[in-house]
Design a protein around this ligand. Structure first.
Ligand code: ZN
Length: 125
């Protein structure tokens, strides 16, 4: 895998410094175009909320623990929602880990080529 293809967990920023995840066509805070990114791939975040879904849609692991993770960076904080690799609780420190297949395309209600199937989960640090 080359540096160009290494997956990154990127938050997006406008020129006013507001940071969001995921990206938006326009900054939800000020309406400016988001022109910059903040790389969270190697950062450690803190779980600020979590839930475990016991009954999931087709193709999604069951049970599926989701966490809202807050990352601090030089422009403030940004929160990212994602699955976890293990049980977490409030305050658990986690790092993003790349996963090639977040869901099973064969079982999903969506078509295989319509969306990426890879992404990041959060692993206790
Ligand atoms: Zn903004």
């Amino acid at each position: 895998m080359t540096a160009e293809t290494t997956p990154q967990l990127l938050a997006h920023a406008c020129e006013s410094g507001h940071v969001t995840y995921p990206a938006h066509p326009r900054c939800p805070d000020c309406g400016s175009e988001q022109t910059d990114t903040v790389d969270l791939t190697a950062e450690t975040g803190t779980v600020v909320s979590w839930t475990t879904v016991e009954s999931t849609p087709p193709g999604v692991r069951e049970p599926n623990t989701l966490a809202l993770v807050e990352f601090s960076h030089d422009r403030g904080q940004v929160r990212v929602l994602g699955g976890t690799t293990a049980d977490v609780s409030l305050g658990t420190e986690v790092t993003p880990v790349y996963v090639e297949q977040l869901r099973d395309p064969e079982q999903s209600v969506r078509n295989g080529a319509d969306q990426p199937w890879d992404g990041f989960r959060f692993e206790p640090a």
